[in-house]
Structure formats: structure tokens, C-alpha cells
Ligand binder design. Structure first.
Ligand code: ZN
Length: 191
């Protein structure tokens, strides 16, 4: 049975391969992602599972799923994007909180471009072009990063004040970056 993997699992650091044709096996992976994403959410009452990338269940293929409604936890459907490719990022860089199912409890203020244009295939093989801004753009860029072995923490590891940790009440508390590194060498890698 597949499950969500977390740092320092090396599969999170691999570059994922292109899917190409959407077979039954690919549909199965997508459905596993949906199911695991919602199971994770049940165990994390303060957090929303907005999206997931296939490497997060140990499958190094270029597939991501994105929640159709990021506000309402009761609307638990996801759209899958296969072989997503960034065409262009544009707009001002903005900073906002990001978390990740594969980096437990840690949040960070991550800079991202405000707009992204991309193309991808839907589950039925249809090609789509997507223009996204704000939170959706941020989420898409975070997930596409996963397909290249990049985690959100990589973008901010030079910024000592960008890290937070979720406490037992679901509040984000600033964490001491130096301490975090000392205790989580495998999380951040060397350098
Ligand atoms: Zn993530």
C-alpha cells in the first residue's frame, strides 16, 4: 500500500519522469493520491490538504492533484494535472505561508511570482492551458517543484526569519532556524 512519504526520503529529491500516455496505472495513481490526501486531512484538523504531487507517495512521475475548492473542507474534490509544464511566470514576487504534507509541521514564508501560465493534460488526456494567480499560482508552483525534486524549504533556507512550526493548537509559531537545522540535518541537507 502506498503512503505519504516525508523528508528525508530520497524519492522527494528525485526528478520525476514524464507520463505520456494515460494508462489505467496512471489513473490508479491519481486516485491513490486523492484518497491519501483526504486521509491525511482527517488526521490534521487544523490543516487543509490543498494539493499533492506523485513523488509524495513515492511515485516519481509528473502528476499533481489540486483541490477544486481551497476554502471549504467539505468540498473534497481534486483535479489532476499530468505532465504540467510552466510556460511563463510573471508579476510581482509575493511572500506567503506554505506548508507541505511531506515536511511535517513546518511552514515558511516563501517568495513566488504572482502569476503562472502552464499547460498540462487532464485525466482524460485532454490538453489544457491554465492561467493562475495568487494562491492557486503559488500552489501550482509548489507542486511542480516537487516534480523536480525541490521542496519549499529550499527557497528560504537562507532566510532565518521565514520559518514557523505548527503547535498543538494549530497556531504557527516562529522557530529558530539555527536550532531547526541542528536538529534536522537530513531535512535541510548540507550547505
Ligand atoms: Zn509539498
Amino acid at each position: 500500500m502506498t503512503k505519504i512519504i516525508t523528508t528525508p526520503d530520497p524519492r522527494l529529491r528525485e526528478s520525476s519522469e514524464k507520463v505520456g500516455k494515460i494508462t489505467d496505472e496512471i489513473i490508479q495513481i491519481i486516485n491513490d493520491m486523492r484518497q491519501l490526501s483526504l486521509e491525511w486531512e482527517k488526521e490534521h484538523p487544523y490543516e487543509l490538504s490543498a494539493a499533492m504531487a506523485a513523488p509524495q507517495i513515492g511515485v516519481n512521475k509528473r502528476i499533481i492533484i489540486i483541490r477544486d475548492d481551497m476554502e471549504d473542507k467539505k468540498k473534497a474534490t481534486y483535479t489532476a494535472l499530468v505532465d504540467p509544464e510552466i510556460i511563463k511566470t510573471e508579476g510581482k514576487t509575493t511572500r506567503d505561508y506554505e506548508g507541505c504534507l511531506s515536511v511535517p509541521k513546518i511552514y515558511g514564508m516563501v517568495p513566488r511570482p504572482h502569476k503562472v501560465r502552464l499547460k498540462a493534460k487532464l485525466e482524460d488526456g485532454k490538453e489544457v492551458r491554465i492561467k493562475a494567480t495568487g494562491e492557486l499560482a503559488r500552489t501550482l508552483l509548489h507542486e511542480i517543484d516537487h516534480l523536480n525534486g525541490t521542496l519549499f524549504i529550499d527557497h528560504i533556507k537562507k532566510d532565518k526569519n521565514a520559518f514557523y512550526e505548527m503547535d498543538d493548537k494549530g497556531e504557527l509559531q516562529p522557530v529558530d532556524y539555527e536550532e531547526k537545522i541542528k536538529n534536522n540535518k537530513e531535512l535541510w541537507g548540507d550547505d
